[in-house]
Design a protein around this ligand. Structure first.
Ligand SMILES: COc1ccc(CNS(=O)(=O)c2ccc(S(N)(=O)=O)s2)cc1
Ligand SMILES: [Zn+2]
Length: 260
């Protein structure tokens, strides 16, 4: 369909043609309505053990900018909360808009944030590889963090300073010694629900943990993400990477739980 014309980006509303699960029963993102979320006293706090994490590289995959980690052992994991065992950190990436009032994937009572950071983890206790976990109902745990605009974020410059190196789709460069702990808000209070990847292949394999409190970054810092391109160096068309967020999907009876 025209919505998937090779030169144009394939829009979310057309994804169902190639990925019928796009109309599935546990798709992400969703609109989170705080007072409709059920406080669950059995939900413990989430624990992030990122102290020995090993970042490897930063790349532009044509959808977002991605920082990948060494996930060959349990050196950096998320556990607790809704998770039955530790999940290994594999990568983090961002979603953002073309202006500050939209860009996040999850919304809160219909309101968008300027951007959303996703830290992707996989269940290496139950599954042998990330790809196997990515197709299992409890295979992935993605920690979502909202980005609000305001003052400069004191550590985000380590990422935004590297973005010029990965301007084009398919570019990649070393990115060592980055600990994502510096991108966390002060509170780890969260909402959690069962969902999916928000980009194709849209696998319904994600336990979502969305932090209630946003971090603050400046418009200037966010603007640097918008100088990335969806297109490769060899392509004649230059499409700026922005609005790489999927809109909220039907809840279809799912329950959103809230930590205390
Ligand atoms: C088996 O083949 C596969 C398996 C898995 C993927 C995507 N995996 S991924 O971690 O890059 C993510 C994509 C979107 C993410 S979001 N916005 O929901 O956090 S995470 C691709 C091919
Ligand atoms: Zn994402």
């Amino acid at each position: 369909s025209i919505l998937c014309f090779p030169r144009l980006k394939c829009s979310p509303s057309a994804w169902h043609n190639k990925y019928p699960v796009a109309h599935g029963s546990r798709q992400s993102p969703i609109d989170i309505v705080p007072h409709q979320a059920s406080r669950d006293p059995n939900l413990s706090q989430i624990v992030l053990n990122y102290d020995r994490c090993t970042s490897i590289n930063i790349s532009n995959n044509g959808h977002s900018v991605v920082v990948e980690f060494d996930d060959t052992d349990d050196r950096s994991v998320i556990q607790g909360g809704p998770l039955d065992n530790p999940y290994r950190l594999k990568q983090f990436h961002f979603h953002w808009g073309e202006k500050g009032c939209e860009g996040s994937e999850h919304t809160v009572s219909g309101n968008s944030y300027a951007s959303e950071l996703h830290l992707v983890h996989w269940n290496a206790v139950k599954y042998k590889t990330f790809d196997e976990a990515a197709t299992a109902p409890d295979g992935l745990a993605v920690l979502g963090i909202f980005l609000d605009t305001g003052d400069d974020h004191r550590w985000l410059h380590t990422i935004t300073d590297a973005l010029y190196m990965v301007k084009f789709k398919g570019s990649i460069t070393d990115f060592k010694d980055f600990n994502p702990k510096c991108l966390l808000p002060s509170s780890l209070h969260y909402w959690t629900y069962l969902g999916s990847l928000t980009t194709p292949p849209l696998h319904e394999s994600v336990i979502w943990i969305v932090l209630k409190d946003p971090i603050t970054v400046s418009e200037k810092q966010l603007g640097k993400f918008r100088m990335l391109l969806f297109t490769g160096e060899e392509e004649d068309q230059r499409l700026r990477m922005e609005n790489n967020f999927r809109p909220p999907q039907p809840l279809k009876g799912r329950k959103v739980r809230s930590s205390n």
